[in-house]
Design a protein around this ligand. Sequence first.
Ligand SMILES: *Cc1c(COP(=O)(O)O)cnc(C)c1O
Length: 215
Amino acid sequence: MSVNKENYARIKQELDKSNTTLVAVSKIKPASDIQKLYDLGQRDFGENYVQELVEKQAQLPTDIRWHFIGHLQSNKVKYIAPFVHLIHGVTSGSTLKEISKQAQKNNREIDCLLQVHIAQEETKFGFDATEIEAILSQNEHPHANVIGLMGMASFSDDLTQVRGEFAALKKLFDKATSIKPEFTTLSMGMSGDYKLAVEEGSTMVRIGSLLFGNR
Ligand SMILES: *Cc1c(COP(=O)(O)O)cnc(C)c1O
């Protein structure tokens, strides 16, 4: 099975009600699958690997908004800087600095989100609340435009826990918005938990397997 059109129509309808942006996560899936969703009207796509993103971007329509949602190493920023629409997972000050530098080289600003560590699991990258406030109160990276936060909840069947993690991220987002009124975007929610995330105030969800099948 390639693209699940029924799921796409249903999810799109649900998200439109709450004005939530859908990022279709296409990692590991072929460009032909992306083209199928594009033909249904989808324009925001998310990728996790720099080389794969660069290859797909070259083959697919130029009005696609490409989201980088993986873990971004500073030395690879330059490959996506000319075209990337939004970088979701900024996890260090040095990456932010490099994004600003490469954006300037390309005569543009690059929008990005700071990744917040909300899950119980040790393995998830991200800043904590204090670090976020420190970064936002500085203004050292003029071409890296921080427009919001991104987080991943624990992979858990405990819905109370997952909901609590999303709620904590939303609270942090509201606090950050009081420092930076230009904040617009709270990226939280995946195939397994996007409904909870939307209920807790997500403005952007990243959905892969429900649209493209299991990886
Ligand atoms: C793969 C991935 C997703 C999509 O996951 P699904 O469970 O397939 O919806 C969302 N966000 C990030 C950061 C990912 O790496």
